[in-house]
Design a protein around this ligand. Structure first.
Ligand code: AHR
Length: 349
């Protein structure tokens, strides 16, 4: 649709150019200085992103492309699907998990007059101004993966995960692991603060702790989705709390891995039937293997393969349709005592 509008505007300018040229060949009575008209025409048709053979130009504002196994799979899914062979020019802007830079990246896409903007939001807040600019520019905005705090009329649709539901799957497993008479002492490695994935998963844990008088939150801190950061934090928690810790609630696989490394280096038993229970999110293949080996007890899936769904949304809009405002992807959970090698091997990421 947007390509059609762009094509019409170029045609109009072309006709104007011909008329202006014809006018300048006439007697001096015309007063539209050709230079002004030509300059104006050049400005209108000087497309900052020249796709040549009419590709759909998609600006993709990613959190931090190599931040986690999940994020790398998410970026790969977008690059594989929105390829030139499939009719797209994908422009990836990596914000390095800097929320302010990500907003500037989106403004850059508006300035480049891309056809679509896709955002995997670092932070839920700070989007109203730049999304209002995108709306004024007539550029559809597709939220992918995470949600944001902005008026729903400022974006076309959102496709992603129900992060709180993911957290409930994890706390439900904790409830099966322990009885009401057990002391459940939990440490929580949070994702980057302000990300909807962190907010949803943390909220589910905090609600479950409030609902179970024998559950205690010993410590909570952001591990920034990072293995190394999580390992350092876990080592300090082991110093403080020792073998009082019997549950690690890590909000992604990379942080669960860091916690497991710290626990094993401290000589503590991990996972299985009687080790420190490890909760993780994402279910990347490498960490499902650790689940199969019993190191991770409960791994809740967070599907990163959003490329095909984003392409489907774009094609719906291109053909004049309206995509669903909200599309929550189906996700499962995997457990150390029921997962199989076949499930691990079949994992797409
Ligand atoms: O938004 C999804 C989360 O972002 C994943 O769980 C995490 O690994 C990534 O950083």
């Amino acid at each position: 649709m947007r390509k059609l509008l762009k094509g019409i505007s170029i045609l109009c300018v072309f006709v104007l150019l011909i008329m202006a040229t014809a006018c300048t060949e006439k007697p001096a009575e015309t007063n539209a200085p050709a230079a002004t008209t030509k300059e104006a025409a050049a400005e209108t048709t000087a497309e900052p992103v020249d796709t040549g053979d009419d590709l759909i130009v998609v600006g993709f504002a990613q959190c931090k492309a190599d931040e986690s196994d999940w994020r790398m799979a998410n970026t790969a899914s977008m690059q594989e699907t929105l390829s030139e062979a499939n009719g797209y020019k994908l422009i990836l802007a990596d914000s390095n998990n800097d929320a302010a830079k990500q907003v500037a990246d989106v403004q850059g896409f508006i300035d480049q007059e891309v056809d679509y903007i896709v955002i995997a939001a670092v932070n839920m807040d700070g989007w109203d101004t730049v999304l209002s600019s995108a709306k004024e520019a007539g550029i559809p905005v597709i939220l992918m993966d995470r949600t944001i705090n902005a008026s729903a009329d400022l974006y076309t649709c959102w496709v992603g995960s129900d992060f709180k539901a993911e957290g409930v799957k994890a706390t439900d497993w904790i409830s099966t692991r322990f009885t009401a008479d057990d002391e459940v002492n939990i440490v929580n490695l949070q994702g980057q603060l302000g990300a909807s994935a962190q907010i949803g998963r943390s909220e589910a844990l905090e609600d479950a702790i409030a609902a179970n008088s024998n559950w205690t939150l010993l410590a909570q801190q952001t591990g920034e989705w990072s293995t190394d950061t999580a390992k350092e934090i876990m080592a300090s928690w082991i110093q403080q709390h020792g073998d009082k810790i019997n549950v690690v609630y890590a909000e992604n696989d990379n942080m669960a891995d860091g916690a497991i490394q710290a626990l094993e280096e401290a000589g503590m038993k991990v996972g299985g039937d009687d080790g420190v229970a490890i909760i993780s999110f994402d279910a990347n293949r490498a960490y499902l293997q650790m689940t199969l080996e019993g190191k991770i007890n409960c791994n809740v899936e967070c599907n990163p393969l959003h490329g095909p769904k984003v392409a489907e949304i774009i094609q719906t809009i291109e053909s004049g349709g309206s995509p669903a405002k909200v599309e929550v992807v189906e996700e499962a959970a995997f457990y150390y005592d029921t997962i199989t090698q076949a499930i691990v091997d079949a994992r797409a990421y």
